[in-house]
Design a protein around this ligand. Sequence first.
Ligand code: ATP
Length: 284
Amino acid sequence: MKIYEKAPAKINLMLDVLHKRPDGFHEVEMVMTMVDLADRLEMVELPRDTIIISSQAGYIPLDEKNLAFQAARLIKDRYDVKKGVHIHLDKKIPVAAGLAGGSSDAAATLRGLNRLWGLHIPIKELQQLGAELGSDVPFCVTGGTALATGRGELLTPIENPPQCWVVLAKPPINVSTADVYTRLKSNQITKHPSASNMIAAIQSGNFHEVCGQLGNVLEDVTLKLHPEVQHLKETMMKLGADGTLMSGSGPTVFGLVSKESKVPRIYNGLRGFCREVYAVRLLT
Ligand code: ATP
């Protein structure tokens, strides 16, 4: 038997870090939503007890370091599944980009194997399993739009923001999420974005209010380390985006755009100096 599962990318509309916890994780407040840029997972049941990962993308691990592998291993161990699976990852989400590509692949694997093996695991339980794999995985299990607190695993669903275009640009630099959090001095953050203001803006249905509430404290770190990310944001605004923000720890920057007629200019303008540019819709 063969099934397919879509693994969409997430963006942070706001990301605040409150403090570092004794367990080493940071206490965060994030509003996250999904965009229509997705990896596609093909899962084929194998009669023998094995997990095989393949991908056309040459630059991701295909062994136990792959988050889809870890998700499959977790389900097999926890529910004592003796069958195996071959998971092919058709990667479309840029890797190590701040778009939770690996987390979304892990979440899609949990959803897919639940179906493939007829396990009937409730969604809440899939999210708990996901939390063992990474802080963004529980959100990716359900998608939609949510406020995420704790280390990102405590979710309160909220309504979707007003539909718009999202232009994403990933500069060709590597940013380590762990390094960005280590460099962040949470007691020196001067401007905290507000989760409640962002939620109110979303609930008002006013696109420009949503743009006004965009904020990510990790920009303080990544923009200083990589001025080209700041430059990308400024260029997007000059080209006509209504609001811009870095997603997660970066380096991807996204611009929200209400008018479709503005999208080609922004897309083409960015393509001039950035190879990885995407123009997509919110996944609502
Ligand atoms: P986040 O936004 O959650 O911090 P990210 O978008 O910055 O994630 P990913 O694309 O998930 O980053 O990749 C982070 C690292 O995880 C990469 O260096 C990659 O080697 C590893 N990885 C493991 N499994 C996967 C996968 N299925 N897809 C992509 N990367 C993976």
